[in-house]
Each structure stands twice: as C-alpha cells, then as structure tokens.
Write a protein that binds this ligand. Structure first.
Ligand code: SF4
Length: 167
C-alpha cells in the first residue's frame, strides 16, 4: 500500500498542482443525447465574445488529457457506454459539469423509450448548470464556481491528490 509522506516538499507539490488545476483546467465536451441547443451555447462560450479561455479553460479532444467533462443532454441508451468510457479514461482528479435541464433531469426527453435519464444516474456530477439551454454567462458562472470550490480551504475543496470537488 502506498503511503503519503506529509513533507514540506509534498505539501508544496500539492499546492502547485491545485494552483495549476484551478488556473488551467482542460475540458472535454460530450453530447450524451442533447438536441444540440446546449452544445451551441457551449461553443458560443468558447468564442472570443464570451471567452471562457480567459479563465484558463482549454477545450481538449482526448479524455486522457482532460480534467473536466462538460456534458449535455439526457443520457440515451446508445450514449451510456460511451459516456462511461470517456469518464473512465480521464485521469484523477476529474470533474463533471452537467449543462442544461436535460442533463440535470432528463428534461424534455424524460420517459422516452431510448433515454436512461440524467447524467448523474450514470456518472458522478460535480456542477449542475440549469437552463434550456443555459446562456453562455450561466455556463461560465458554473465553471468558475466549480474551479473556485477547488481552491484549498474553499467549501467543498478536496485533497489535491485524488479528491473530487463539488460546485
Ligand atoms: S436543455 Fe434544452 S437545449 Fe439543452 S438539450 Fe435539453 S432541450 Fe436541448
């Protein structure tokens, strides 16, 4: 069993990792069954007009290099395995942001034969951004709150090594 030595060096490394994680999170976007309305708002959030990158957030193509999974839509039966696979491929610590009413509850697609339900019925969710679709300002607010909750000492902050934060 691996033991963690609480030396000044380890504490400094943990602080550096937390600082880097908060100031430069890499995000991957996945549509688990959305109508694309929420996805268009996420893309707008990344444009120079709203400029999510000013908070250090960079859109990333590979789950293996991503800290944050931004997920839209209800989870369909077809997308469930893919969502799980993407989540499992992300390194720890990882965070999930559910965007839109459908991701939070199934929304307009609740009860459809091909829909399982909300995202948190399949994977753990750290931040919920309601709206149909949520505006870019709301998406930015949710992501910034999630990042703020990761600051050491913040409510919901978790150990830098392998914890999960809650926005
Ligand atoms: S919340 Fe609205 S915009 Fe987003 S996927 Fe559902 S129906 Fe579409």
């Amino acid at each position: 069993m691996e033991t963690q030595i609480n030396s000044p060096w380890n504490r400094m490394m943990d602080q550096m990792k937390a600082w880097a994680r908060i100031n430069s999170p890499w995000a991957i976007h996945f549509n688990s069954g959305s109508c694309n309305g929420c996805d268009i708002e996420i893309l707008a959030t990344l444009t120079p007009r709203y400029d999510l990158e000013r908070f250090g957030v960079k859109l990333q193509g590979s789950p293996r290099h991503s800290d944050v999974l931004i997920c839209t839509g209800p989870v369909t039966r077809q997308a469930r395995e893919r969502l799980l696979r993407i989540y499992e491929q992300m390194p720890e610590p990882k965070f999930v942001v559910a965007v839109g009413s459908c991701g939070l509850s199934g929304g307009a697609f609740q009860g459809c034969y091909n829909v399982i339900g909300s995202i948190d019925e399949v994977i753990p969710v750290d931040a919920y951004i309601p709206g149909c679709p949520p505006r870019p300002e709301a998406i930015i607010d949710g992501v910034v709150k999630l990042l703020s909750s990761l600051k050491p000492g913040a409510a919901g902050a978790q150990p830098a090594s392998n914890g999960k934060g809650m926005a």
